[in-house]
Design a protein. Structure first.
Length: 595
């Protein structure tokens, strides 16, 4: 028998490096592993697997593969899959465009009209919960979301949602959602070794549960293929192990036009979203012929990812590194100075946001809320301003965004919620499941949340799914999750009959936790019967209290009630409006100025 020292020297001194080599060119990986009829999951992290989805378009355009698509959103670079008829059913929380402002996309309507694409409505949290259950081998997952919504009715009719009596405690019924296992997933990562062990940086958004639960496995594109020693040095950032990986393809900037965030890894530098590219893509969706031309130019007539990067050019890519620098907002804000009119009188939207920030500050301070969950757009602007007001009171309230950003400090110049200047300021980077499922809606949450509304009724039920013309809008995103379980919700909405409706076309988000609605004219609070009543109006020079109430009533779709005493809230200050404008110098969400 050998001496133990000899055995150590011969067998155990060296760390094992795997021999399996999964490296493939991306086109070959798609051709080998992706088949028509599959359930596909392009995983949405801070980065997206754009190079892979573009290659799917090249190989399957015109072939009607009837993929079932599941991801937290059908937007941005995923829209080409829908427009080209590759998706039979989209299982999503949001379908539309997110930049520069969230809203419907004609590409979604064309996919429904031309190819019969079906949209199955879910929420950001329940998408992640279904994928997590699938990865864990569970048949279903309990959820606090969906109750009292039209989404629940749809899911129940499809056999994917039910409510049961809690087997351990008497009380409210418990919601259950079915698990979901895609056939194949696509993930873009910072680094992977030849076997497929993959480094991903937070925020993780929907996380990699779809990849870990995919029946066939995951196709990885990587900024760089590295050796396994590199993987071991950064094992705390590895989210996908080699045994789940079908192939690895090196595809630098394979997330473009989306950026890729990282911190304190010497070999990598973060690059930001290509906003100009995203604007051009959004603009092209105005007409079918323009969108067809855009797809041909950037996807179908580009042979592969290397050719795509050559078309972008090195200069354009270099600017993305500059925009990802934490202090790059300073030069950007300076560039707007020539057209930045801080003296213009406030618009009705600006007044609403400032007044809403004041109201949120009062509620959060009085009730001791420790966290604020930002919705997108004007709701985010309100939260960002409220935090500034609360800091004047020495409050340590923490801002959160549903994609996995916690404790962030909003930087000026860029109102996009997931902007790269905000990421380095976070005190915690995580995913949707933790941000929404625990910190916003969990058992110990101390969270007040803010949302926008395209349509709401007197009970605070919000619709963001079906328009008056019965066409699809955008879906829930995380709104349904929030209104079902956050401690309290404030809603912002324009004061008009179409928005303040007698009844909503679809209950996307039940008004369960909605306590306050702030319009462009005043503040509505819930009475003991759960109805929204006008409790305050915004002071307007030369307009009496009675005239203001009458005007608001004329622009309310239900028979409006008023509080016994309607408060008059002082007009906004110039300084507050000037501070607000620093967050949105291009006025994506603030709209046109008055002169």
């Amino acid at each position: 028998m050998s001496d133990w020292r000899t055995l150590v020297e011969q067998r155990l001194n060296q760390v094992y490096n795997p021999h399996i080599d999964t490296r493939l060119p991306l086109d070959e990986a798609i051709r080998l592993h992706v088949k028509p009829g599959m359930k596909i999951n392009p995983v949405s992290l801070a980065a997206r697997a754009t190079a892979a989805t573009y290659e799917l378009c090249r190989q399957f355009a015109g072939k009607q593969p009837e993929f079932e698509f599941i991801s937290s959103s059908l937007s941005g670079n995923y829209l080409q899959l829908a427009y080209l008829g590759l998706i039979k059913k989209a299982i999503v929380a949001f379908a539309g465009e997110g930049y520069p402002t969230p809203g419907p996309s004609k590409a979604v309507g064309w996919a429904q009209e031309d190819h019969g694409m079906e949209i199955e409505n879910w929420t950001m949290l329940t998408i992640s919960q279904r994928l997590m259950a699938g990865a864990m081998g569970l048949p279903f997952f309990p959820t606090l979301s969906l109750k009292n919504s039209s989404i629940a009715e749809e899911a129940r009719s499809n056999g994917h949602y039910t409510e049961i009596a809690d087997p351990f405690n008497q009380g409210e019924p418990q919601g259950l959602i079915s698990a979901y296992n895609p056939d194949i997933a696509f993930v873009h990562v910072w680094a992977a070794d030849k076997s497929g062990n993959a480094v991903c940086f937070p925020p993780y958004q929907e996380n990699v549960y779809g990849a870990l639960g995919a029946r066939k496995g995951v196709i990885i594109t990587a900024q760089k293929i590295v050796d396994t020693d590199f993987i071991r040095r950064h094992s705390h950032l590895v989210r996908i192990p080699a045994e789940r990986v079908l192939s690895v393809s090196e595809a630098p900037y394979g997330s473009h036009p989306y950026g890729n965030f990282c911190q304190q890894v010497a070999e990598f530098s973060p690059y930001a979203n290509d906003y100009q590219f995203m604007k051009e893509h959004r603009l092209a969706q105005g007409k079918r012929e323009d969108y067809q031309q855009w797809i041909e130019e950037w996807v179908l007539n580009v042979p592969d990812h290397a050719a795509y990067m050559k078309k972008l050019g090195e200069t354009r890519v270099a600017t993305l590194y500059e925009k990802a620098e934490p202090l790059s907002w300073q030069a950007e804000l300076e560039s707007y100075s020539a057209t930045f009119d801080q003296e213009a009188p406030p618009t009705s939207v600006e007044k609403m946001i400032v007044q809403a920030a004041r109201v949120m500050t009062g509620i959060a301070t009085e009730k001791g809320y420790q966290t604020i969950l930002c919705g997108a757009g004007q709701a985010a602007m309100m939260c960002w301003l409220a935090v500034q007001f609360m800091r004047d009171q020495n409050s340590d309230v923490s801002l959160m965004a549903e994609t996995g950003m916690i404790g962030f400090d909003p930087r000026p110049s860029d109102p996009f919620l997931i902007n790269y200047r905000n990421l380095p300021t976070c005190t915690l980077l995580t995913d949707v499941t933790e941000t929404l499922g625990i910190h916003t809606c969990g058992s110990q949450n101390t969270c007040i949340a803010a949302l926008g509304a395209g349509q709401l009724d007197k009970f605070g039920n919000v619709n963001s799914t079906i328009g008056d013309d019965e066409n699809f809008l955008v879906g829930s995103g995380g709104a349904n999750d929030i209104t079902n379980a956050a401690k309290e919700v404030i809603v912002l909405a324009a004061q008009r009959k179409q928005t303040f409706a007698e009844s909503v076309n679809y209950v996307t988000s039940p008004g369960t936790a909605v306590s306050t609605v702030i319009s462009t004219r005043g503040v509505f609070k819930k009475n003991p019967q759960g109805e929204l009543v006008l409790s305050a109006i915004f002071e307007e020079a030369g307009v009496s209290l009675e005239d203001s109430i009458a005007s608001i009533r004329d622009n309310c779709g239900w028979k409006m009630k008023t509080a016994d005493e309607v408060e008059v809230i002082p007009a906004v200050t110039r300084d507050d409006v000037a501070l607000l404008r620093l967050f949105d110098p291009e006025r994506f969400f603030l709209g046109k100025q008055k002169h």
